[in-house]
Ligand binder design. Structure first.
Ligand code: PLP
Length: 393
């Protein structure tokens, strides 16, 4: 399904606060912070010329986040970055001077970090990022996981020493519970979704993602004409749409938000013309996108800068995972997790009428992000039929 953005705010300039949050100076600062992360190296930008010619476009480029910071998804950039920023802010307050990232491991800053607990709800990847950030700075983490989070994903978070708190219900239930318990205990909520009165920290999380976009922009041979970006609460999609709007201005690429049929809260919000909460339905294999209410900040940006909203089926998402694992021609194999391939699925499975509406043709240059690798290896193998190491061998 495809819906062109007919919101009255479509193409309005970004809110000044959002433009600051996602601007070039902020992105440079995130990259400076990243340099202090162990395991940091830019992730690859992969060209798929064979697939592009098969599909009938000029180019497809995939920013492959499957190895990011050893955590397996782009989420490694956001939650950890926000935790580091918050600890430095607290240290600056307590020490009465500006404390920079190069002081992160000094005894004075460590001592302050040890008194801090950060908490969040997660489908898996964001919680791992927050827990990893807490370990890095010496803070504590409480991570709230709902019933649908698989044991493998929980174990990947627990390895960072986080306190795992299980919550009955959906992702949205875990967000509410995390907020309640963190508030009761004086812990800092580091959420990747935002709501009225709680925007700054999710904004930092989104700001963290801009580093990935700067890396990609340095390598792209030509500006993209179309971006297909998967969305859960919309934080990633909004960070990309907002940052690209700032970088490219009036010649920005067309921006298409892609969600699972089964959890399309942004699509439904676009239909309603305002952010709406949708009823939970059957679970989707795109587990990281299984969100039923958009992030408020993300909606504010996407209602202005998304050009279309579309949904993809379970089968199509699985097809794309297999297609990326078994490329044609000389295209590289890519390990894309269930949610990782969803953006590209939007392009590959768009009906021809959608192509016309989106202005896609043989001159189009597509940019997508493989947002995660095999973060749940058992599920990956069940869908693709091979292990990630076999795929890359
Ligand atoms: C792998 C992956 N892709 C995409 C997303 C969607 O990001 P957002 O919830 O900011 O829309 C997530 C969110 O957790 C994710 O883990």
């Amino acid at each position: 399904m495809l819906l062109l953005n007919a919101h009255p705010d479509h193409n309005r300039p970004l809110d000044p606060a959002d433009a600051d949050m996602l601007g070039l100076e902020a992105a440079r600062n995130v990259e400076r912070f990243l340099a202090y992360r162990p395991n940091h190296s830019p992730t690859p930008l992969l060209a798929l010329p064979h697939l592009a010619s098969q599909v009938g476009v000029a180019a497809i480029h995939v920013k492959d986040e499957s190895q990011r910071l050893g955590l397996g998804s782009f989420k490694a950039l956001g939650g950890s970055y926000a935790v580091i920023r918050l600890v430095l802010e607290e240290a600056s307050r307590e020490l009465g001077r500006t404390v920079d990232v190069n002081e992160l491991q000094t005894p004075a800053v460590r001592e302050i970090a040890e008194r801090i607990t950060v908490g969040c709800a997660t489908d898996g990847n964001h919680g791992k990022s927050v827990a990893a950030g807490a370990t890095l700075v010496g803070a504590k983490a409480a991570i709230f996981v709902h019933s649908g989070v698989t044991d493998e994903r929980v174990a990947a978070i627990a390895q960072f020493g986080a306190n795992i708190i299980r919550v009955e219900g959906t992702y949205d239930d875990s967000v509410a519970e995390a907020e309640r318990i963190c508030h009761e205990n004086g812990w800092i909520v580091v959420s990747d979704t935002s709501w009225p009165g709680y925007e700054r920290i999710p904004g930092l999380v989104m700001q963290g993602y801009t580093a990935m976009l700067q890396e990609a922009l340095r390598e792209l041979p030509a500006p993209p004409t179309h971006v297909f970006m998967q969305a859960g609460v919309g934080g990633l999609a909004a960070a990309v749409a907002g940052h690209f709007d700032i970088v490219f201005g009036t010649v920005r690429p067309k921006f298409i938000v892609v969600e699972p049929d089964r959890a399309a809260c942004l699509y439904q919000s676009a239909t309603a013309g305002q952010p709406v909460r949708i009823e939970p339905g059957a679970p989707t294999i795109m587990a990281m996108l299984e969100c039923y209410e958009p992030s408020l900040v993300a909606w504010r940006i996407l209602s202005r800068k998304a050009d279309a909203f579309m949904t993809v089926s379970e089968e199509n998402a699985a097809d794309t995972m297999r297609q990326l694992a078994n490329p044609g021609g000389r295209d590289p194999a890519i390990v894309a997790g269930e949610s990782g391939a969803a953006g590209l699925t939007g392009l590959l499975h768009a009906l021809s009428s959608a192509w016309v509406k989106l202005g896609l043709d043989s001159s189009s240059r597509i940019f997508v992000i493989n947002t995660e690798g095999a973060t749940d290896q058992a599920r990956y193998e069940a869908i693709v039929g091979r292990s990630p190491s076999d795929v890359l061998a």
